[in-house]
Design a binder for this molecule. Structure first.
Ligand SMILES: *Cc1c(COP(=O)(O)O)cnc(C)c1O
Length: 457
């Protein structure tokens, strides 16, 4: 067979990519998590004048690895605890490489039957795993930001349609008002999505929250069928979940559209011991989540799920003669893009390789390791500010300047990486455990580093 492969096809560059990637992954455990400043300075070597002519692809890759790899942040590794950043499961990296070789355009069935089939399979699996209704419409987008944007476009369409207003054709000029309700602790990307949709970043009624950042059900404003209510499953600081059981029932009764930002928290539903946190969220109308956080797919991957397929389709469909649609689902009619990569492939690989029990273990392990952090920090005399219900821990080292100094010193020390935040007026260090490869040993190494660095600051 092989002699039929044209001799001009040189796969050497792919073999090189494999070798560089393997060396990179093998080095994640022993290198400093933050790249050294010298490595960042050397990135200039990737630039210079635009080459006049071609360069051998293998040489290009050697340059990329030589200068690019050392300046990366080891966020794929086991001791990166900043923001909410997942790693990439081995099956998802492999699937990503293969899917990149396929180079399929995921927007249309005629261009990618494989991606379309996989999206449908994945939505079925996800709905089951996350305890959401079957028959949801979906869009595979870049992240939870775009997933909220997509779902809220469907919400905007639906609530205005109830007032006989077709927002797709008429826009918002002269439209009947919509009431937007969010918690005081709403994630900034939900506000951004509202702004992009012409609903304004600052128009929402903000519901007061409790000491963990949970929306107070007793403080809800009146809701009606022209209300979009945005709930949160997983506060980006504390990991807390809004009391959806109480709130979603009320919203349903009032006929409001409830959207859930569950970028990482939605995955609590997949872990039997954390499932209680997700009670009631299944009653919502739309959900946004990430593949690249708790599920550990590579960047970028977000998923919007919408209970009412026609609302999402009405908001997103784009028809043209050359895009003629048949009976079957065409992804482009359910999401903001036409051309895009088939990012459901990595979600499929993650779910297919982990199975139900593997996802449960992954989520539960991250939560247990967060608890281990909290216990270790308390034992060392530091103040943990949140109830550690999921994968997030907030710790203070004293005065704001001291906490900031400890964070900076830890980042420079390199054993692990943590970021800062301000939580209800307190300057804190945030710890997020989201990586599939993090072990108890990693947490203990990080705790040693925290104790050592805090003692020296
Ligand atoms: C990360 C995050 C987002 C935004 O997700 P992206 O994937 O970065 O777009 C939204 N909400 C919460 C709670 C998050 O943690």
């Amino acid at each position: 067979m092989n002699q039929h492969v044209p001799v001009s096809t040189d796969h050497g560059v792919l073999s090189d990519a494999l070798a560089y990637a393997a060396r990179y992954l093998d080095g994640l455990d022993s290198r400093p998590v933050a790249p050294p400043p010298e490595a960042i300075a050397r990135l200039r070597g990737l630039g210079g004048a635009l080459p006049d002519g071609p360069t051998d692809p293998r040489e290009v890759l050697a340059l990329l690895d030589g200068l690019g790899s050392p300046a990366t942040v080891a966020s794929a590794g086991p001791r990166y605890f900043g923001y909410v950043i997942g790693g990439a499961l081995p099956a998802t990296v492999g699937a990503n490489w293969l899917a990149t070789a396929w180079d399929q355009c995921g927007g249309l069935r005629a261009i990618s039957p494989t991606v379309c089939a996989i999206e449908e399979i994945v939505v079925g699996w996800l709905s089951e795993l996350l305890g959401l209704p079957s028959g949801c419409a979906s869009a595979f987008v870049t992240g939870a930001s775009m997933a909220s944007f997509t779902a809220l476009a469907a919400a905007r369409h639906a609530v205005l349609a109830r007032a006989d207003w077709d927002v797709q054709s008429k826009g918002l000029y002269g439209a009947p008002p919509i009431r937007i309700v969010v918690g005081e602790e709403v994630h900034v990307t939900v506000l951004k999505a509202l702004g992009l949709l012409g609903l304004g970043r600052d128009t929402a009624i903000r519901v007061p929250v409790d000491g963990q950042g949970r929306m107070r059900a007793d403080a809800l404003p009146p809701l009606d069928e022209r209300t979009i209510l945005c709930l949160q499953a997983g506060n980006v600081n504390t990991g807390a979940f809004d009391p959806a059981a109480e709130i979603c029932a009320k919203a349903r009764e009032a006929g409001a559209w409830t959207h859930v930002d569950g970028a990482f928290g939605l995955w609590a539903a997949a872990a039997p011991e954390r499932k209680y946190l997700m009670a009631g969220f299944e009653l919502a109308d739309s959900w946004a989540t990430d593949g690249h956080k708790q599920l550990n797919t590579p960047y970028d991957c977000g998923i919007a799920l919408v209970r009412h397929p026609e609302a999402l389709r009405d908001a997103m469909a784009a028809t043209a003669a050359y895009l003629a649609a048949g009976e079957e689902r065409e992804p482009t009619h359910y999401g903001p893009e036409l051309s895009r990569r088939g990012r459901a492939v990595e979600v499929w690989a993650a779910l297919r390789s982990l199975g139900r029990s593997g996802v449960a273990e992954l989520v539960e392990r991250c939560c247990r390791l967060a608890e281990r952090f909290a216990e270790g920090l308390r034992a060392a005399g530091f103040e943990v500010l949140n109830e550690v219900v999921f994968n997030q821990v907030l710790v203070s080292f004293g005065a704001p300047e001291r906490t900031q100094a400890v964070i900076a010193a830890l980042q420079a020390e390199g054993t692990a990486w943590f970021g800062g935040s301000v939580w209800q007026g307190r300057t804190v260090m945030r710890i997020s455990v989201s990586n599939w490869s993090t072990t108890e040993r990693d947490v203990d190494l990080a705790l040693d580093a925290i104790r050592r660095v805090a003692a020296s600051v």
